[in-house]
Design a protein. Structure first.
Length: 456
């Protein structure tokens, strides 16, 4: 016998049989299942045969170089032995083979300097049997335990360096579950997990809904139309999960100051809608508001899925949602939301220029932040009311009864309240400046009249 020990390490990671070279099997009752293993095994393919009785193996070369066959076992390619009873086909010089393949061993086929490394498994030595499946109702909040009666030994193979590996059976575990869809809620989802090998006990994350479990396998029996299927009784979930969102109503007021940075809150009044989404087993629901981020001081509890809150007071509060099952043994919480409402500010400009340049300083507005109550009246010099404003985002365009008022001084009286309790009693003047444009001989616009009084 010729030994390949001296070339084992050299060829350990070289699966370089040419693309046209072919390995085939004769005398099979069903087609082999072909598995492509990880490249670090050194193997080109793993062939899983239904059984090896009367099965031969052939190799079609791509060159006229001599073809030599070797076989190896647990020791790896370093202890491979040459197969001496290789059959050559006189009618096809490219074809060689062995009349009876040996299962659960490796083969090295050497064509000149090219070697193909494969493993052949006799599945009949590792049959799978599935009898019953039961789900444990007494699991914890996060897991469920499945009990399987049956049998199925590990299916080993060896790399060309002699490392023992296990061939995955890919037994399918099917069940119903729930999947969270962003901002929509939990929706049904059919789930399938792949179990590498037979296990009498399977511990898995608990599904979020009541379900029956089904085991089907394995992938080899499925390929041959002989798969086995077993199912459990209906299992009742105790697992809970919640997801939450918080949506702030945005205002696009160009005269409202916004604090830098992101997050909830900002300028009061601030309207936020908190919404929770719960999995099937959630029975008890509670939104909590606290003054500290650890929720040691909870000042508000609301037993509902959705909460709409308008924040009018300066300060920071923290919000979260808690959901639990019927007996309170399983609990889940959503994200913690920080709502920061800033202190108030109110500033009144004293000059604007309506009717001069469109959209440039043509509306008088206060500049503000966190003003929760607002009332403003603007008068002319004779005490006639020009306009009354009840929202700080509103402004005056300089018109009265459909006509632009004359340039000059006007007066405002403002009463307002801020989110921090600050009260504003403001009075002051507003100067309307307006330019009358005329065209000179050099086509240059030149203002006329007194820009401070509006006299023309």
């Amino acid at each position: 016998m010729k030994s390949l020990k001296h070339i084992a390490l050299l060829g350990a990671l070289a699966l370089h049989g040419t693309a046209a070279a072919q390995i085939a099997f004769t005398g099979c009752d069903v087609d082999p299942v072909v598995v492509t293993p990880d490249v670090n095994t050194g193997l080109k393919k793993i062939y899983v045969l239904h059984n090896t009785d009367g099965v031969g193996m052939t190799y079609t070369a791509t060159t006229m170089n001599p073809v030599t066959w070797f076989t190896y076992g647990e020791g790896g390619g370093g202890y491979a032995q040459e197969i001496l009873d290789v059959i050559d086909d006189r009618d096809n010089p490219y074809l060689s083979g062995i009349a009876q393949v040996q299962g659960n061993c490796g083969y090295i086929i050497e064509e000149g300097t090219t070697r193909s490394y494969v493993w052949v498994t006799d599945y009949s030595k590792f049959p799978l049997s599935l009898a019953t499946l039961a789900a444990d109702e007494d699991g914890d909040c996060g897991t469920v335990t499945l009990h399987v009666e049956g049998s199925g030994a590990d299916i080993p193979f060896y790399t060309i360096n002699g490392a023992r590996r296990i061939l995955s059976r890919e037994i399918k575990l099917s069940y119903d579950n729930l999947e969270y869809v962003d901002s929509v809620g939990y929706e049904p989802k059919a789930a399938t997990d792949l179990i590498e090998g037979y296990k009498p006990t399977i511990v898995m994350p608990a599904p979020l809904c009541d379900t029956e479990f089904t085991l089907t396998g394995d992938r080899f029996m499925e390929a041959w139309g002989e798969e086995q299927t077993i199912g459990s009784d209906l299992w009742h979930t105790q697992a809970v999960e919640v997801q939450t969102i918080a949506v702030q109503e945005l205002r696009n007021n160009d005269n409202e100051k916004r604090p830098p940075g992101e997050g909830l809150g900002g300028s009061a009044p601030c309207h936020i809608t908190f919404t929770s989404f719960c999995s099937q087993a959630v029975v008890h629901k509670e939104w909590q508001m606290a003054t500290d981020m650890d929720f040691n001081n909870i000042v508000l509890r609301l037993n509902q899925d959705e909460v709409e809150e308008t924040f009018t007071e300066a300060g920071t509060t923290y919000w979260r949602f808690i959901g639990s099952n019927a007996d309170g043994s399983c609990e889940s919480s959503g994200d913690v939301y920080t709502v920061n409402i800033g202190v108030s500010e109110l500033y009144c400009p004293n000059v604007f220029t309506p009717g001069t340049t469109p959209e440039v300083n043509d509306i008088w507005k206060v500049s503000y932040k966190s003003i929760t109550e607002f009332h403003c009246v603007i008068f002319n010099r004779w005490g006639n009311k020009m306009i009354e404003l009840n929202d700080p985002s509103e402004g005056w365009d300089g018109y009265y009864r459909g006509k632009l008022v004359p340039a000059g001084a006007y007066y405002y009286v403002i009463k307002a309240v801020g989110s921090d309790g600050q009260r504003y009693d403001l009075t002051g003047d507003i100067n309307i400046i307006r330019y009358k444009r005329v065209t000179t001989g050099d086509d240059t616009d030149t203002p006329t009249g007194d820009p401070t009084t509006g006299d023309e």
